[in-house]
Design a protein around this ligand. Structure first.
Ligand code: T1G
Ligand code: NAD
Length: 699
């Protein structure tokens, strides 16, 4: 069957795209569109044309898998140019999502109608690209730069109602959609509505053209958190051309800017992340055929740093949740923190006050476990102490219903041992959130030896429902993220003793693209959390332990590795810390030396990658891509570097193996010896990607 069909509703032609799963604009679709629209244009019996799609969504953009290959004509802009020359009304009938090239085609049509619940947007920036087929020129003309530039720079879609308000669509149609769209086309004919090409609209650009400072203001306001990324600046430039040069000239410039980005390292990494995120959602033997359990009510144990944020996740997703604490005082403190967080979001305009009330209304507090009798899922977030967690799970086993899912938010502890403290270890698993839990998108779903497939499928489904990116991992100390973080932390502390200072190490990793370095991050999370954990497990971290013994827990005490002025989160180097570190070096008889940024980076990243290789060997992570998604969504790894395993392939595994061998010899630390998998792939001149190549090629 052809991916583009031309059918007739009397005088109305319906161009139907049918390329599951998301009607991506692969070459064959572009050829089909060109033929169908030419035919409809040249058929005198056809008075108007409706463009629509089969399946769950309108066109979700260009086919991203084609970006690794040389572009083939007809290009999307040729298809759109043809549509714009047609002297008959062309109506884009949008349902599901119109994204990227899909929205650009719609902007090339004379009219846009949408089904309720539709979303439209230009997400190219999330792939390290800019809209390449007119989105940067037509959208500002249609809705103005104030609305268009933030949409292009965030890449986030807007809903049908908002799109209608902006003027991006002409109408929202109820009822059976395609017939309603055909009827809309007939109405256009009956009312002899003028055929307006979006490219010819100028009235929304004129005011900004006269006030270039206004443009800069909008651009500045909409390009936060773009440090290190190339595409945002290119997008701002492209939209600026809509003010400065004729349409054709702007299109020509956009095409070359687009090709440059498409061939760039950043977009390659971000396209890899797009597919890795989707692969991570597929768990062998689970997600394909196993039905998740129904989740109507949730419970959270412990209303501390994590418990409060986790309860907000459920409430935000519309799921009523009961929060359990040991006493009224800690419960009150937890509920106050939740209310304060919501009020701050309302103040920032990120949430409507009435919606805040609805969410607060879904959170109930109690000190009685029995209140969890009707919970379908419970997440435990009490202190990181094994005996306490076993006691809590024993209580949960007693009070919750037989088909409840019991999850622990432990950072390091053995999920199987926690499961064994119940009579139903098959219902137990880890759901490891990241702080702040209501913000960080990553969710490590820790699969225990006895965790049942539908319990796992339920945790993954709940993870998506509360807006998280769930990645399934196996049981080991620190699972995937924290285990690799520890490998980085050990080497970071070693470099402190050898001559570096916290600001040197943090500076190197921030320059690489992380939002903050290990020492500033430690101060933010609280150095006492790690200290308590290390003491409980008999582990040592010389410098951090001494800081904690001196009561320096980080931001919460105004000093940790850095100093913090009252009310400020800006880390300032502290001579006292430098003195403490120099004394530690002396105690170890280490002559301090200057360590350059390259060495710092290699010694922070390569041990992590090495630990990642061990994690793959042990099957704790199913794919290198899973590790990359964990680091991007949980630990601030810059998305435009694709994640530690992808980055390793760019550097070359042989180089990393050889450098690790040097670092290991110098540190006399066998843990730094290249992992067998790294050794093997390097000697076979392969990368980590070769471990999953077939899956992606299929896409
Ligand atoms: N190209 C190729 N494959 C795609 C694809 C695309 N654009 N979009 C989705 N897929 C695959 C995906 O890998 C998965 O495959 C399956 O479809 C279902 O996707 C010229 C340059 C539309 C909101 O960035 O945001 O246009 O894993 O699991 O959760 O200016 O897919 O089953 O094998 O995500 O329901 C711009 C990308 C392209 C939109 C649906 N467009 N897609 O979400 O399903 S650049 C995008 C999405 C562009 C122009 C430029 C989402 C979705 P598999 P899924 P979903
Ligand atoms: P926290 O100290 O802030 O909060 C723990 C809460 O549990 C306290 O309010 C305490 O009163 C309550 N509690 C203790 N025993 C209880 C019981 N029997 N019943 C009900 N409530 C009880 O700790 P946190 O930072 O929120 O950590 C909680 C868990 O989450 C730990 O396992 C930790 O390892 C894990 N975790 C923490 C972070 C983080 O960054 N803080 C990140 C991921 C996971």
């Amino acid at each position: 069957m052809s991916v583009v069909e031309l059918c007739r509703e009397d005088e109305i032609a319906v161009v139907l795209v049918d390329n599951p799963p998301v009607n991506a604009l692969k070459h064959e679709v572009r050829v089909g569109l060109l033929n169908a629209f030419s035919q409809a244009r040249d058929d005198p019996e056809i008075a108007a044309i409706v463009l629509t799609c089969a399946g769950r969504t309108f066109i979700a953009g260009a086919d991203i898998t084609e970006f690794d290959k040389p572009p083939k004509s007809p290009h999307l802009s040729e298809v759109i140019a043809l549509i714009e020359t047609i002297q008959k009304p062309v109506v884009a009938a949008i349902h599901g999502t119109a994204l990227g090239g899909g929205f650009e085609i719609a902007l090339g049509c004379h009219f846009r109608v949408a089904a309720p619940g539709t979303r439209v947007g230009l997400p190219e920036i999330k792939l390290g690209l800019i809209p390449g087929a007119g989105g940067t020129q037509r959208l500002p003309r249609l809705i103005g730069i104030e609305k268009a530039l933030p949409m292009i720079l965030s890449g986030n879609p807007v809903g049908a109602k908002e799109a209608l308000q902006y003027g991006a669509i002409d109408s929202i149609l109820d009822g059976e959609f395609t017939p309603a769209a055909v009827e809309f086309a007939r109405k256009v004919l009956r009312e002899k509505r003028p055929l307006r090409r979006v490219r010819d609209i100028d009235e929304k650009l004129a005011p900004i053209r006269e006030d270039p400072a206004k443009f800069e203001e909008i651009a500045a306001a909409s390009s936060k958190r773009t440090r290190g990324l190339h595409a945002p600046a290119a997008a701002i430039e492209a939209v600026r051309w809509s003010l400065e040069v004729p349409f054709e000239e702007a299109e020509r410039r956009v095409r070359s800017a687009f090709q440059e980005l498409r061939q760039g390292e950043q977009s390659k990494a971000q396209r890899y992340v797009f597919f890795a995120e989707r692969e991570a959602a597929k768990v062998p033997g689970v997600t394909a055929g196993v039905r998740p359990r129904e989740i109507a009510r949730a419970g959270v144990i412990g209303a501390g740093t994590m418990g409060g944020g986790i309860a907000m996740c459920f409430a935000n997703a519309g799921i009523p949740v009961t929060l359990i604490e040991t006493g009224e005082e800690p419960l009150g403190r937890g509920l106050d923190t939740i209310a304060k967080n919501y009020r701050n979001t309302v103040k920032r305009g990120g949430l409507a006050a009435d919606e805040m009330e609805r969410r607060l209304g879904r959170i109930a507090g109690s000190t009685e476990f029995e209140r969890l009798a009707d919970a379908d899922i419970v997440v435990e977030a009490v202190f990181e102490e094994m005996e306490l967690k076993k006691r809590v799970f024993g209580d949960l086993d007693r009070v919750t219903k037989p088909d409840a899912v019991l999850a622990t938010n432990t950072s390091y502890l053995d999920v199987d041992a926690i499961g064994q403290s119940t009579k139903r270890p098959q219902a137990v698993l880890g759901m490891h959130f990241f702080s702040p839990a209501n913000v960080m998108r990553l969710l490590e779903v820790v699969r225990g030896k006895e965790t049942a497939p539908d319990v796992l499928a339920t945790a993954i489904a709940v993870g998506r429902r509360i807006g998280k990116v769930p990645v399934v991992v196996g049981v080991c100390h620190g699972f995937v993220g924290n285990r690799m973080l520890r490998a980085r932390g050990i080497e970071a502390e070693r470099m402190l003793l050898e001559g570096a200072l916290p600001q040197d190490i943090d500076g190197a990793i921030v320059e690489f693209g992380f939002p903050m370095g290990p020492f500033a991050m430690g101060d933010l999370a609280g150095l006492d959390v790690g200290w308590r954990m290390r003491k409980a497990q008999g582990l040592k971290s010389e410098i951090a332990d001494r800081l904690c013994e001196a009561g320096r827990f980080g931001q919460k005490t105004g000093k940790g590795f850095y100093l913090y002025e009252a009310g400020s989160r800006t880390p300032r180097p502290d001579p006292e810390v430098e003195k403490l570190i120099a004394e530690a070096s002396a105690r170890h008889g280490i002559a301090r030396r200057s360590i350059d940024r390259r060495e710092i980076l290699e010694r922070l990243l390569y041990p992590m990658i090495n630990e990642g290789a061990r994690i793959l060997e042990e099957g704790v992570a199913a794919r290198p891509g899973d590790i990359d998604i964990i680091w991007i969504y949980g630990y601030g790894w810059p998305v435009w570097r694709g994640g530690p395993m992808f980055y390793a392939d760019q550097v070359g595994l042989a180089a990393i193996r050889d450098r690790l061998a040097e670092i290991a010899a110098r540190a006399k630390d066998a843990r730094l010896e290249p992992a067998p998998l790294l050794e093997r792939l390097a000697s076979e001149r392969r990368g980590f990607a070769s471990l999953t190549e077939p899956a992606r090629a299929r896409a």
